[in-house]
Write a protein that binds this ligand. Structure first.
Ligand SMILES: Cc1cc2nc3c(=O)[nH]c(=O)nc-3n(C[C@H](O)[C@H](O)[C@H](O)COP(=O)(O)O)c2cc1C
Length: 164
């Protein structure tokens, strides 16, 4: 059975909702696919090597992917280098107002791994600007969750059918 690995970090819940939406729709779309949803802190190089496709989901913090997401890539990058070539991936970014730097960082790492993006990074802005808003639990809109779900289902179908 093929595996879709979804690695995420989330501090105030927005990225988690996005990753959950992608995971649930991927599992619903393809019963012949194992969907593994892991916190970045729990994901290892073995998980990366054992998967057939990936979703990387992170907040943008301080104009970068979150520290825990970076730690995941730091721990796994060289162990997986040259061993993932051509596998598909998608990126989900939860941002207050921007998100482009986190997306760019993930794209550069994925390029190093020779992964293939199946879509542009999906950036969802929560419009959190003040300290209070930044620290408040996030609620991602149904429209944005639907976009995450579509990405998950598309990636799942492509992996199972061998399109990607
Ligand atoms: C320390 C910190 C720095 C942040 N820096 C940025 C930033 O550079 N750009 C941006 O668009 N949002 C920034 N944000 C806002 C978060 O991306 C936003 O709150 C997002 O919803 C967090 O995702 P989460 O709910 O999954 O934790 C920052 C948040 C924190 C806590």
């Amino acid at each position: 059975m093929k595996t879709l690995l979804i690695v995420y970090h989330s501090m105030t819940g927005g990225t988690l909702q996005m990753a959950n939406a992608a995971a649930e729709s991927a599992a619903a779309a393809e019963s012949a696919l194992h969907v593994s949803l892991l916190r970045a802190a729990d994901a290892s190089a073995a998980h990366v090597l054992g998967a057939d496709g990936y979703v990387f989901a992170t907040p943008e913090n301080l104009a970068a992917m979150s520290g825990q997401m970076k730690d995941f890539f730091d721990r796994t990058y060289y162990a997986a280098l040259e061993r993932l070539n051509g596998r598909p991936y998608a990126a989900l970014i939860c941002a207050g107002s921007d998100g482009r730097n986190a997306a760019e960082q993930i794209a550069r790492i994925a390029t190093g791994w020779r992964l293939r993006p199946i879509a542009d990074p999906l950036i969802v802005c929560t419009h959190a600007q003040t300290p209070e808003e930044i620290l408040r639990p996030k609620r991602i809109s149904a429209m944005h969750l639907q976009q995450c779900a579509q990405l998950g289902a598309t990636l799942a179908a492509g992996i199972v059918m061998g399109i990607f």
